[in-house]
Design a protein around this ligand. Structure first.
Ligand code: NAD
Length: 491
């Protein structure tokens, strides 16, 4: 497909969606939506603020109170969510193109990963919701205690820019399946697919007011949502810094439930008895450079046992040319653009820090200049990284891999855990006992053994420590968007 030609014909609608209508912000403010692919203006987007939040909350609350969605049977909600998923698939090329233009990821992955995972998530929660039974407690025989799940009410979902559609789907699918009304705030850096998704939700049969989308800045629309007195729950994905503010705002307003999915600095530990060195190299390199390194779970700290480190790094270095950034609209490209100029400066700043603090640059380290313009960084590999260096401690959120050597697995585990984050980790070994002991010792929400690509909607996704609380995906996500109601009945 000629994606450039399709992009030239694309219509961009940056209006918010409130109560089933596409509308501009009440104050009339807009912001420029630039594409990281080539830096060009894609269009204007509504800059929503507290006025729009108030109107959206009224609409969402009315929809919840009159039970136009919560009152539907699980089987009825299921039908709408499955139609929603079908429409996402049918509109896949348009959604993929918007995602790539807005965020910079390769079109190859917007199509195969982002559209597919978004549809799958909507379908999975749709399919699940009419198969969940409530409970009866084992109480004394003169009483009956029913324990039922009820929707929490009005849910605000605030999401980041790195997987705009998937992050939106991970919030809205379980929240809608459970019968809530939702107000979604996409990142100001990539608002377009959230808006198109919501159009498709309406087309699938979501009643007006049940799914609202407010594009805008974090400190305006985002903070107004977190502080609002009539929102019952907030599902947040983003940086740890913002997550702390969200929890504070939730606490200082109405103590709304605040669920956070935050940053990471995941450790990937490769032992000398790794069963397949080539596979370990491919996974280490492929996982850090996937999505330009802009993944919360990217294995950005690589611990390699000293006895195999030279061989490992020679193989790793040889893979770097495969990940040279290219035009995201070219289907052969595997690494695309960094989301914007600010993020690119942040990444280049970390690379400069790595150099100045004494890490050894094995490859990359420069911005990549493409004919398209836009924001691109070479895949960058640092050896000789010390645990005290900035690039070993802070989340870079870019295509930069820090390699640390180790001789003793206990020391590697200690260093892997010596971070405020706890999102994911991995260990590569042929010794099953060592794999299990290491997995138990790693303080992370997900641990991979001899792989780094375990991913499925059926498993919970989330972090220990400052990587957040609660879990997205799986049936566990429903816990965030439901209350447990106990009803005692005298018999
Ligand atoms: P961010 O924290 O800057 O922004 C996330 C969202 O919060 C955006 O919609 C933003 O507008 C909003 N926001 C910003 N300031 C706000 C405020 N004061 N009040 C309310 N809302 C506010 O994060 P980002 O740069 O968009 O995303 C990158 C971060 O997200 C990384 O740290 C990454 O690790 C994390 N992330 C985590 C997961 C996960 O599941 N754990 C998944 C994806 C991304």
């Amino acid at each position: 497909m000629n994606w450039h030609a399709r992009a030239a014909e694309l219509t961009i609608d940056g209006r918010a969606l409130i109560n089933g209508e596409r509308v501009w912000a009440i104050a009339g403010l807009q912001f420029d939506n630039l594409s990281p692919v080539d830096g060009r203006l894609l269009g204007q987007v509504a800059r929503c603020d507290s006025l729009d939040v108030d109107v959206a909350v009224l609409a969402a609350r009315a929809a919840f109170d009159d039970r136009r969605w919560a009152g539907k049977s699980p089987a009825q909600r299921k039908r709408v969510l499955i139609k929603f998923a079908d429409l996402v698939q049918q509109n896949g090329p348009e959604l993929a193109l918007l995602e790539t233009l807005d965020m910079g990821k390769p079109i190859k992955y917007s199509q195969s990963v982002d559209v597919g995972a978004t549809a799958n998530c909507l379908r999975w929660y749709g399919e699940a919701i009419d198969k969940i039974y409530d409970e009866i407690a084992p109480t004394p025989s003169d009483s009956l205690a029913l324990i039922q799940r009820e929707p929490v009410g009005v849910v605000a979902a605030i999401v980041p820019w790195n997987y705009p559609m998937i992050m939106a789907a991970w919030k809205i699918a379980p929240a809608l399946a459970a019968g809530n009304s939702v107000i979604l705030k996409p990142s100001e850096k990539s608002p377009l697919t959230a808006l198109r998704l919501a159009d498709l939700g309406l087309e699938a049969g979501l009643p007006p007011g049940v799914l609202n989308v407010l594009p805008g800045y974090g400190i305006e629309a985002g903070a107004a949502l977190a502080l609002h007195m009539d929102i019952d729950c907030i599902g947040f994905t983003g940086s740890t810094r913002t997550g702390k503010l969200i929890v504070q705002m939730a606490g200082q307003s109405n103590l709304k439930r605040a669920w956070t999915e935050l940053g990471g600095k995941s450790a990937n530990i490769v032992c000398a008895d790794c069963p397949d060195l080539d596979k370990a190299v491919a996974a280490a390199i492929g996982s850090i450079f996937f999505n330009q390194g802009e993944s919360c779970n990217a294995p950005s700290r690589l611990f390699v046992e000293e006895s195999i480190k030279a061989e490992f790094l020679a193989k790793a270095k040889a893979m770097l040319p495969q990940f040279q950034p290219g035009d995201p609209l070219d289907e052969a490209t595997v690494m695309g653009a960094i989301v914007d100029a600010t993020q690119m400066q942040t990444v280049m700043g970390y690379i400069a820090k790595g150099r100045s603090e004494g890490a050894q640059l094995l490859g990359g380290g420069e911005a990549a200049r493409l004919d398209t313009g836009g924001y691109y960084v070479q895949p960058t590999l640092f050896d000789g990284v010390d645990a005290s260096m900035t690039i070993a401690r802070e989340e870079i959120f870019g295509p930069v891999l820090s390699v640390l050597g180790f001789t003793d697995i206990e020391e590697a585990i200690r260093q892997a855990n010596a971070t405020p984050y706890g999102l994911q980790a991995a260990v590569w070994t042929s010794d099953i006992g060592k794999a299990i002991r290491t997995s138990r010792a790693l303080r992370a929400g997900t641990v991979h053994v001899n792989q780094y690509d375990g991913d499925d909607i059926t498993v919970p996704f989330g972090g220990y420590k400052q990587s957040g609380n609660g879990r997205d995906k799986s049936l566990h996500a429903l816990d965030k968007y439901t209350e447990l109601k106990t009803t005692w009945i005298q018999v």
